[in-house]
Design a protein around this ligand. Sequence first.
Ligand code: NAP
Ligand code: MG
Length: 404
Amino acid sequence: MEKIKMTTPLVEMDGDEMTRILWKMIKDELLLPFVDLKTEYYDLGLIEREKTKDQITIDSANAAKKYGVAVKCATITPNKQRVEEYNLSEMWKSPNGTIRSILDGTVFRAPIIIDTIKPVVKNWKKPITIARHAYGDVYKDTEFRIEEPGKAELLFTSQNGDVQRQTIYDFECAGVLQGLYNKDSSIESFAHSCFKYAIDTKQDLWFSTKDTISKKYDQTFKLKFQDIYEKCYKEEFEKLGITYFYTLIDDAVARVIRSEGGFIWALKNYDGDVMSDMVSTAFGSLAMMTSVLVSPDGKYEYEAAHGTVTRHYYRYLKGEETSTNPMATIFAWSGALRKRGEFDGLNDLIKFADNLEKACIDTLLDGIMTKDLVNLVEEGVKVKAVTSKEFILEIKKHLTALYN
Ligand code: NAP
Ligand code: MG
């Protein structure tokens, strides 16, 4: 067949360990034979980050800003042990954190679902996408332990010296104290990203906070979302027949469990952290979770939700063929190629993204899968556990068949 053409490059962010190995297999077997792949390549592997003093991460994020679509491989976030392992001159920051702050984006996570793996919540029929506000709150808090009685106050001094002051609590004993903040600009970016992504994927958007208890803090989130919805997105939502729906988080939890899925659930930072773990576990495997960073001005960075699968990598280095699941990484590529196709009006590229995903799902429905999925499959379904390489080659067979 003639290879599918691209016009604008995709920003390609390579990564580390086992996912770096999968990255190359995916490109060699599933992309390059079919697509005249145009990418601007950034190596975010830890060795290159060290070499460039992490400038490569910043450059890649700026390229994502420029071109509008990026695809990223999982990367190591250095800790003390990694600093020794890779002989790092510094404990470089999480690339995801750096890219997120440059794009000012929100992360949307959704499971890939197939008929033979049923979610733990039996009425969930469609994916639930979690949107987590990844800025501020308890993740940027200031905490004291109080060891003796005394008065705790909340104090704000404005630039021109005006003071707002309120007693938090008159401690008669030891205790704990916590200060939180967030910024209007960040909440607004979060809201824009959520509304944009809902329109993009034509799904309802739910948002929940604890505004009945937190009458200023959470209330600000609620009001900003409502205001931005009415001013910027209501018309488009109505045209598409999708809804924006705010409810108290307690009510949202009950409704989510009883729902059949198929919507985006936007949450504050802590709520999103906890609820995304609950939702992804209930849907099955971390290896089947996709993730996309969306900026308020509509730039997209696609990736898998899982990490570099270090344990498998060490086995790979010993010469073992591993059975690491490439699904979420393949879907990062298909998501990015589809979006590039939409931006550039390339129907063949959009169709290729659909076909690639179909080939993956068909392979799984044939019972051919990596080890992590075997125990999740419904009773009675015949399965064959294969290595990553065998799995990718099986997908290639299905994909090739779709073009013959
Ligand atoms: P991980 O790479 O997600 O792997 C944790 C475990 O989950 C694996 O050991 C494996 O379990 C299972 N798993 C995850 N993805 C899988 C897949 N595709 N196929 C099969 N099994 C899969 O998390 P981690 O071990 O905590 O972190 C490893 C490195 O990744 C760290 O350096 C961390 O900084 C980095 N990380 C990066 C990102 C990112 O770039 N977005 C996200 C998270 C973590 P079994 O070993 O039991 O098979
Ligand atoms: Mg968590």
